[in-house]
Design a protein around this ligand. Structure first.
Ligand code: AMP
Ligand code: MG
Length: 543
């Protein structure tokens, strides 16, 4: 249902077809572009972006649309799967004012400088003005080759595109800073991928996601300029980002670049603390996948923790080193910020100030993590003696026996609201969280009970009644998250032409905190069949 425009306030533009919108691009207007417009793979120098048009696809069809984001941007859902707007969302047509480009960036991949990367398959179409007046970039992922495609084809497969579409929107509903997704379009063309890297490439259906964000700039956009001594470009890029995306900063202050770096650090800290709250594992935290706005970006082989295991990484390429496992994410973000700081040294000219920015990351992360985890436990804060130890002991216990992170915290809220008088029944609300059908072993159960007793005593020492506590917990502990196997079921159905599974899942994930009768299946533990199935337990980068 579209809300009446008048409900959004006077002057709010009504929803309009994508073709009716005016487009602009602050990147194109303000940042130096590549004078060379040849769309051939090459090293680009002295520019922040390269003009490139999407490569047409054979038979585009709209598979999914985000009404929520469409409402925000003022873009109406295309009325039919092959509407004219879908041609634009597939890269077959442009709207006047669009100046499509691929951004130039580099990055540190798995700890090493990788040189030029850039938008190898993502093409930004331009900016549309949202109904609140804010400009948002629309970008097609999988829109064909660019000068940054290296050896790859510029395309994306349906499975990974559907996963990006679904997870961006789910993350937004969870309250995690993220880029968004407006549409998922099938290209009608096959894409060949060696999903298992075992020399057996297969043709898979191709797709394009239209992503949206205030900006898709990454740490790597700064790193590439620094790597080539492009000091003026680096400065221009920084001023652009500060002016448009960090309005809270004083642009006249002499130390504004250092202030800005600290602000990037704080936003990054808040983002990662949110990942830890909901159990999200990005999977490829290379510096080219770190948004300069502190948004979750580039959904690839990401995953959701089901049984709590801080060493888990969904990315098969990362299986040996586990660099990007759940528990490492806070450290890796700091490492990435240190690479950004390295790129900004010349601009800031004050290493101590950059060091303080990194310190702000540590402090902000710690503060946010404790704040969010206090809320997860229904406590006003984790500031009392012994509180942090209590939290640490809980995670040791969760890791000791396969325990579903999401279901545990929801169960804990029920338990704390109405603890059973009888010890043997105390664990009742937590039963659904144990992967072993028999429940916890006797020894583990005893330890857990010991922890629960201490926790209940601690909770009782806080002000507030049990019902309020539960309500507070249920607002930060989601019940419905895009579990890997749920996404896989939507992929399997969509591959067969059935989009109802995706639509239903998306509707459930739009309201992740309210328990609803009829949606139990979406809050279930990972079923046994999904334990080792590719796409459910481990994901390859081939997308
Ligand atoms: P990612 O690991 O997905 O963040 O990608 C790393 C780099 O590889 C980026 O420069 C991407 O644009 C590029 N890339 C990934 N997949 C493709 C593809 N199919 N075609 C062209 N470039 C790609
Ligand atoms: Mg990337």
């Amino acid at each position: 249902m579209s809300p009446d425009a008048s409900l959004l306030g006077p002057g709010t533009p009504p929803l309009a077809d994508l073709l009716q919108h005016a487009f602009d691009s602050r990147v194109v207007r303000e940042l130096p572009g590549d004078p060379d417009e040849r769309n051939v793979v090459r090293e680009v120098r002295g520019a922040s972006w390269t003009r490139v048009v999407p490569s047409p696809v054979r038979a585009p069809r709209l598979l999914a649309w985000s009404d929520e984001l469409g409402e925000r941007l003022g873009i109406a859902r295309p009325p039919v799967a092959d509407a004219p707007a879908v041609q634009v969302l597939a890269g077959n047509a442009l709207v006047p004012g669009m100046t499509p480009f691929a951004a130039r960036y580099g990055g540190h991949q798995f700890g090493n400088w990788a040189g030029q990367l850039g938008d190898g398959r993502a093409i930004t179409l331009g900016e549309v003005r949202a109904r609140d007046g804010q400009p948002w970039e629309l970008q097609l992922k999988g829109a064909g080759r660019t000068p940054y495609s290296r050896h790859a084809d510029g395309r994306a497969v349906l499975r990974s595109s559907l996963r990006e579409f679904l997870c961006s929107e789910a993350m937004h509903a969870l309250g995690v800073p993220t880029t968004r997704a407006l549409s998922l379009v099938a290209t009608g063309e096959p894409v060949v991928r060696d999903m298992f890297y075992d020399g057996n490439p297969q043709a898979e259906p191709g797709a394009i996601v239209c992503r949206a964000a205030p900006s898709f700039l990454r740490f790597g956009n700064f790193e590439i300029h620094a790597a080539h001594g492009e000091d003026a470009l680096l400065r221009t890029l920084a001023e652009h980002v500060i002016a448009h995306h960090y309005p809270e900063l004083d642009r006249a202050a002499p130390q504004r670049h250092a202030d800005w770096f600290a602000a990037v650090a704080r936003r990054t800290a808040r983002m990662v603390a949110e990942w830890m709250r909901v159990g999200f594992v990005h999977g490829v935290m290379n510096t080219d996948n770190m948004s300069i706005l502190g948004l979750t970006i580039d959904y690839g082989p990401y995953g959701w923790l089901e049984d709590y295991d801080p060493g888990w990484t969904p990315n098969t390429t990362d299986a040996a080193g586990r660099r990007y496992c759940f528990g490492n994410q806070p450290q890796i973000a700091l490492w990435n910020l240190a690479r950004l700081a390295g790129a900004l040294r010349g601009l800031v000219g004050d290493d101590a100030a950059l060091q303080r920015g990194l310190e702000e990351y540590r402090e902000t992360f710690r503060h946010e993590y404790l704040r969010l985890h206090a809320a997860k436990l229904g406590l006003a804060s984790l500031g009392r003696d012994g509180d942090e130890a209590l939290l640490g002991e809980l995670f040791t216990l969760l890791a000791a026996a396969e325990t579903d992170l999401t279901l545990f915290f929801r169960g804990l809220a029920r338990l704390v609201a109405a603890p059973a008088r009888d010890e043997s029944a105390l664990l009742g609300p937590l039963r659904a969280a144990f992967y072993d059908a028999g429940g916890p072993s006797e020894a583990h159960g005893r330890e857990l009970l010991g922890w629960l007793r201490r926790y209940l005593a601690r909770a009782a020492a806080d002000d507030g009644d049990a019902a309020t506590r539960r309500e507070r917990m249920d607002r930060v502990n989601p019940l419905y998250v895009p579990r890997n196997w749920l996404a896989q079921q939507a992929i399997d159905a969509a591959t067969e032409g059935d989009l109802s599974v995706l639509e239903r899942l998306l509707a459930v994930l739009r309201r992740p905190y309210d328990e609803r009768a009829g949606d139990e299946a979406f809050a279930a533990r990972r079923p046994e069949w999904a334990r080792h199935r590719p796409g459910c337990s481990a994901l390859s980068c081939s997308s």
